[in-house]
Ligand binder design. Sequence first.
Ligand code: C2E
Ligand code: MG
Ligand code: MG
Ligand code: MG
Length: 278
Amino acid sequence: QAKVAGKNCYRFYSRAMDLAVERRVNLEHELRGAWDRGELSLVYQPVYRLADRTMVGAEALLRWNHPRHGQVAPSVFIDVAEQSGLIETLGPQVLRAACSEAVRWQQLRPSAEPLSVAVNVSSRQLRSGGELVQVVADCLRDTGLEPERLHLELTETAVIGDEVHASEMLAQLRETGIKVLLDDFGTGFSGLSHLRRVPVDGVKIDRSFIADILRDPDDLALTSAIIAMAHSLGITVIAEGVEKAGQYALLRERGCDQAQGYWLGQPVPANEFLALLG
Ligand code: C2E
Ligand code: MG
Ligand code: MG
Ligand code: MG
């Protein structure tokens, strides 16, 4: 009896796995032409300076409006894009669109302090190395965006493991004049000591730490330590996932430089973001 149940069980999981694989293969296939069909778009989430709550820029986040499934989670399709290599064509398209948009913001308010645009870059793009540096240089030249207004976000995990190559790449990227930020900082267990060896301009504290700073003294201590350590190295600190006024106030008190999160502003389509500025 147990054996039969076990067998059924096995069949069940196997069937579920087949479906997962099938769905993934379909997604990959469908993602291939999605940009050209206009199913992919960028939303922009404002980033604020904590000291005076001035907007200083926005992070570009990719969205996929699938004709049948609706919105597909970025955690799903970005992973598909990375595994399949599609990110190598998608990444530059995203970069170009985000840079053009940032130029538009500047044209809309020429006398205001220019806003920066942050673009996420996957580990695979970083590994392709020189190509990324070239893509960035071309993009800056073609769009006319001031280099210091472009911020590239790399996850901590993309950088650790291959530190020598990554450091070399980051150095080359920074030579173009852009800024490099370490995203999801604190989740990669790389420790604060890595900040000394990897040349970055800023760190974005992962929202899993920010979520509990009002209740959990350990998370607050860690956040404060990241801020102090980063500042001693001349690195900017950005908090992600600020959802409450209390978190904002506490981060400001602790000397954190910038923040983004639902309490400050949701990610919105380009036209809505423009309206926000105008
Ligand atoms: P990320 O770069 O860490 O982006 C921040 C994520 O947190 C975004 O999720 C954003 O919508 C979400 N978020 C912002 N504020 C809050 C908040 O207050 N509370 C909560 N709970 N969440 C908040 P999203 O858009 O789903 O993107 C997920 C991840 O997908 C990103 O994490 C990034 O790693 C990746 N991603 C998105 N767009 C791109 C892209 O164009 N290229 C690459 N390579 N990766 C991308
Ligand atoms: Mg990011
Ligand atoms: Mg992040
Ligand atoms: Mg993330």
